[in-house]
Write a protein that binds this ligand. Sequence first.
Ligand code: C6P
Length: 405
Amino acid sequence: MSFNVTEIREDFPILNQKIYNRPLVYFDNAATTQRPQQVIDALTKTYTEYYGNIHRAAHFLADKATAAYEETREKARALINAETREQIIFTKGTTESINLAAFSFGEAFIQEGDEIIVSEMEHHSNIVPWQLMAGRKGARIVMLPVDDDGRLQIEKLESLITSRTKLITVAHVSNVLGTINPIKQIAQIAHSRGVRIFVDGAQAVPHLKIDVQELDVDFYAFSAHKMYGPNGVGVLYGKRELLEQMPPYQGGGEMISEVKFSGTTYNELPYKFEAGTPNISGVIAFGAAIDYLQALGIAAVSSWETELLNYATAQLIQIPGLRIYGTQAEKSGVISFNVEGVHFFDLGTMLDKLGIAVRTGHHCADPLMDHFEIQGTVRASFAFYNTKEEIDVFVEALKKVISMF
Ligand code: C6P
């Protein structure tokens, strides 16, 4: 083990409690992670010491809040190795980042009859905004399929690209299958045909080292609440030449340069895309979450989570009638499964009564459910604060629940 999980868990007060009289086992980290005391303290400190509206006022509190807010922008830039801080746009989460990109990219670059390729394993957040944009612009959505291991059929990508294809959008890591997609390879194929690539990194940034320049992606989106930070904060990264050509997504304060009734000019990047008072304390506390992750080291986090994934998978595949969805080798710490003869919802409810938090249902990925011809799954998803002992408790509980049906 590359780091001390017992010590790490002491930073997460919420983990140290009993649910229905049993120690909490929190395996719903793909939905949202828990926050360390350092993030909670950063939030409290903002409200108790230097809260003021940013970028606007000439007083001490506002100046200090502005500096702390902009410091997080630099931390987010460094985390994903973006070229400049102006390419980091704060949003309220991955969903808003995708809606922003779909709207503004669509306005700038999509014409009637154009095509957008969307992978079959996408979360609804990375499907619906593109459908809305396609509806407005008269464009067409084309699907890139997965195979039965939950692997994207990259070999089909070349033939799906036509002279009308403008963008391909794909998750870096699937929230259902855990599949890690070969983003660099997809970007190379896309760029060789003059197509842009958008990457939904919601399930990747908390678990993998991300370098947007090395991956050579055009856009990258992620959420703070899935990486030990506050909810209501997210990031959209974009290549500067694209962001500069794209019109604002929302109008309001701070995104303008000058407003006249005869016409308005817009602020420079990134403020052009940050209308209104943002989640000031949330962004500042997000900085503390990035510091926390960086101090642990993403490589150490990744390797511990892979150990947990392998440990859990080895035990689960022994259970008769249990099928795991998502079996390709390159996988992050997410296990979706069903057990023959038992409804996923019943499994999840009974596990909850034993103190174990998992997610059940379609995981906001209906097209993927259709691919596997299922209504939903049970999903266990791991974070660096999880332990092998918790996996043992989970597997024992699961066997007990199955035996009751
Ligand atoms: N997936 C899950 O349980 P927001 O809600 O905007 O922070 O993230 C949306 C989103 C986008 N893409 C992927 C790949 C995601 O996993 C999610 C959120 C959660 O799987 C909640 S549905």
